[in-house]
Design a protein around this ligand. Sequence first.
Ligand code: NAD
Length: 456
Amino acid sequence: MNVTIVGTGYVGLVTGACLAELGNNVFCLDLDRNKIDLLNAGGIPIHEPGLEEVLLRNVEEGRLTFSCDVAASVAFADLQFIAVGTPPDEDGSADLKYVLAAARAIGRHMDRFKVIVDKSTVPVGTAQEVAAVVREELAKRGREDIAFSVASNPEFLKEGAAIDDFMRPDRIVLGVDDDEPGQRALALLRELYRPFNRNHERTRVMDVRSAEFTKYAANAMLATRISFMNELANLADRVGADIELVRQGIGSDPRIGYSFLYAGTGYGGSCFPKDVDALCRTAQAHGLPLQVLTAVQRVNQAQKHVLLDKIRAQFGRRLAGRTFAVWGLAFKPGTDDMREAPSRLVIGALLRAGARVRAHDPVAQEQAARVLADDLQDHPELLRNITFVAKPLDAVTGADALVLLTEWKIYKSPNLRAMKDAMRTSLVLDGRNLYEPHAMAQAGFTYLGIGRNNRA
Ligand code: NAD
């Protein structure tokens, strides 16, 4: 089938590459000329395991095209996926300007039936807004005769495992209208996703509003589990229990399960914070403030400061002149995405307090340098106090403490003796509970995890 993907970010690029891998012809549109030039030169704008290989293969086999040509992208396919960003507006609700601009462009150029598929995460009711702008554009050209349908197909992939998630989805949610264009849309989408249903049916067909809601409900549930565990971890610290043992104790109950129960430094990334916020805004607009999710957000905000509080408890407020090693900058392993990464808050606070930072991340250093320069615009001179190093051990050399912020594999089994010898003191602040407290104590470290202090 022919498919157009509008937006070649984390979601659009992965969707395009994977659909091409299944034999479809895919036209990827982006308005960012630099991104398109890079992709056409064989480069890749994001780090995502396995993506480069799939991209190169499908470009070579002629199934994948990258372009800024809007008219050509609309003409290319009946299926037009919108996968552009939906960042938070000033008040926290989802900003739909990119989605509506993409929809408008489709309406402006289409000359036959189209299915416009919202793959971006968008609030309930957005499909209606998309349909309205398309209708407006058709009316401007006197082409109200052209039929179209707006469907919802939210994306559930996780950065860092995006190719795998897309290729082996737990479910494919399709929100379509009951009318004739809606059913035509459903037939096309079913055909596109047929290869994923070979073993068993993974498609969940529903009305558009429920599909839009499903994505927010999923992210809100996951964020809730994280904040729940973070709050209990803080209590574990007070009462002298180990949250890791508690996690395993409750996770073994199949009604609870093990996933998404890790205590840490709060959730970040491009999705959870903005999606939870957007859902809360939607609820407020409907006069039904969501009390659980409001608390989830509040707990998360506080959790981002937990490591800084622990640092201050160790060193007092006098951080000037101290050196902190930071392992992990990306908001999670497997990606270079720095959106809402806890490392930004921690490093920003350390630098502002006059400390020096020696930072390591296997892939996100370049992105981190860029976003930190943005974050510290008011004090650019502080950037002189952060050094990005090539190896984890280089970061800890001469450091007063190690702060672990992303659970990359490379940090899982460090050479503790070499670490101890290299560091000035032996304080390890583990924001991901990656290490065993008794092993760290045995190796001579003062170890502070999240909710594990009884065994420090
Ligand atoms: P992104 O910021 O990485 O990419 C968006 C891309 O869209 C950019 O390259 C931008 O240049 C392009 N763009 C903007 N307006 C355009 C237009 N009118 N025409 C063509 N291109 C345009 O965003 P992302 O992380 O891929 O997220 C996209 C959507 O998917 C968001 O709604 C997000 O919430 C959702 N989502 C993201 C993830 C994730 O893990 N990143 C997972 C599931 C869902």
